[in-house]
Design a protein around this ligand. Structure first.
Ligand SMILES: NC(=O)c1ccc[n+]([C@@H]2O[C@H](COP(=O)([O-])OP(=O)(O)OC[C@H]3O[C@@H](n4cnc5c(N)ncnc54)[C@H](O)[C@@H]3O)[C@@H](O)[C@H]2O)c1
Length: 435
């Protein structure tokens, strides 16, 4: 089948990650180990999933790279920025996600990944006190420095393309503020005037990436690219954007489980989700202003799957609560509990309990890989702006709220969107309805 105008994945792909913490070091170590044949990239859709193409006698199941030209793991070059100066090896050891035996074989390569100075503002993450930061720069100067970092990295590592992904700490909640975030001109003006209240450091990374012709992915729940000004920039530079917030543990379960309740027309009176988490992410999220950003993201999932307006008898006024508690002994091994109060025939109540003992970064690493590879693919396919087909990987998928577009949170609808986009980019027909 003819590939549909997708440029080939020639040359090297530079993956530059903001934040070289638990997720990023686990991701990089895994890719390097997989390259050596010493580990398997389990959980990665781009490496494992197969999609049906064609119908009837013509039907066959193909992996993504058989349908579209994806960058290969061997062609990836890693770069990073972080507030702390630790290289990727020290970061992986510090994170204690992986055992030493799974890090040592790629120690040399990891040691070469040394973080560049972060565009950072302590007001956006009070609990961090690293000193590997740009000093005395205005927001606009941060943008310029980051643009230079990207250009230098691309040249030094001989990359033909760059993707920038945010896997840094969750910033404090920055609500959308129309006078600054509404248009690109207003955003640029505010950056030049050093409006430190409305311009988060993450926005400087996104602006720099898009201006340098690199797709940008937001893996935390930060507002960053979820504002009309950034949509405008992504259209101007014809670059894809994706976000927000990796859908890994509890929200993955929620977006897969809520459809069970919805499709059987059972009622919901409450859903209480709580977590204990002891890594640095948990520490930052222990700060109420940072948790607020996460809470907004986590809460949005149910509302678009179990919609009160569509089924007032079943979903009006259900109580939805999400909690994250910092608990150091568990480190990266998060434990989540969900208590779901449902009701059935004639309103009789029942309960469901889910206890998920997961590993945060083990779940996030393959998502980071997939989002980077698929954003690079989207750019080569000439897709730009919000990439709704990547909603599958995200807790709070971006959508154009200025046009009353609703987010798609239902896991299986998201999967259909993902498969259809791959089919279309591969020159096949999109052939499943998404509702
Ligand atoms: N692991 C998961 O399951 C999961 C799921 C969804 C979202 N996330 C998000 O991914 C992000 C990374 O998680 P993690 O566990 O790796 O956290 P982490 O604390 O181990 O790593 C984050 C790193 O980002 C750095 N950082 C903070 N601000 C920065 C800035 N302005 N510039 C450069 N570096 C900066 C910190 O110094 C830290 O090293 C968090 O925002 C988290 O909420 C993780």
């Amino acid at each position: 089948m003819e590939k549909q105008n997708v440029k080939p994945a020639d040359g090297k792909l530079g993956i530059m990650v903001v934040g070289l913490g638990a997720v990023t070091s686990t991701f990089m170590t895994g890719v390097l180990m997989a390259r050596k044949g010493l580990a398997k990239p389990v959980g990665s859709m781009t490496q494992y999933d197969k999609i049906r193409v064609g119908k009837g006698a013509d039907k066959k199941y193909l992996s993504y790279s058989e349908i579209v030209p994806l960058a290969q793991l061997d062609d990836i070059e890693f770069g990073a920025w972080d507030v702390y100066p630790a290289d990727a090896y020290r970061s992986a050891m510090y994170a204690e996600v992986l055992k030493e035996k799974d890090i040592e074989p790629v120690k040399d390569e990891l040691e070469k990944i040394v973080p560049m100075k972060a565009a950072f503002d302590k007001n956006f993450a009070k609990r961090l006190d690293g000193d590997n930061v740009m000093v005395g720069k205005t927001r606009w100067e941060m943008v310029e420095q980051l643009r230079e970092d990207i250009r230098n990295f691309k040249k030094e590592h001989n990359c033909s393309r760059i993707v920038v992904a945010w896997a840094a700490s969750t910033e404090i909640y920055v609500p959308v503020y129309e006078p600054v975030h509404g248009t690109l001109a207003a955003l640029e003006k505010a950056m030049k005037e050093n409006d430190t209240e409305h311009i988060a450091p993450s926005m400087c990374y996104a602006y720099a990436a898009l201006s340098e012709g690199a797709p940008f992915i937001m893996g935390a729940p930060n507002t960053t690219v979820d504002i009309p000004a950034m949509w405008e920039l992504s259209e101007k530079t014809q670059m894809p954007i994706a976000g927000k917030d990796f859908k890994t543990g509890q929200t993955l379960v929620k977006s897969g489980f809520a459809p069970i309740i919805g499709t059987r027309c059972l009622g919901l009176s409450g859903w209480f989700s709580t977590n204990i988490l002891g890594n640095r992410d948990g520490l930052v999220l222990d700060e109420p202003a940072n948790f607020r950003t996460k809470e907004v993201s986590k809460l949005s999932t149910l509302e678009s799957i179990l919609v009160p307006e569509n089924q007032p008898d079943l979903y009006t006024d259900y109580y939805h609560k999400v909690r994250i508690n910092y608990y150091p002994p568990r480190n990266d091994n998060k434990e989540g509990w969900d208590n779901i109060d449902i009701f059935g025939w004639m309103g009789y109540p029942m309960q469901i309990k889910i206890n998920f003992l997961c590993r945060d970064s083990i779940l996030a690493a393959p998502l980071l890989l997939d989002l980077c590879l698929l954003s690079d693919l989207a750019a080569r396919a000439g897709r730009f702006g919000i990439q709704r087909f990547l909603s599958f990987f995200l807790k709070s998928p971006m959508h154009d709220y200025t046009k009353d577009e609703v987010p798609v949170n239902h896991l299986f609808q998201q999967y259909t969107m993902l498969k259809n986009a791959i089919r279309e980019m591969g020159g096949y027909e999109a052939d499943e309805e998404i509702d």
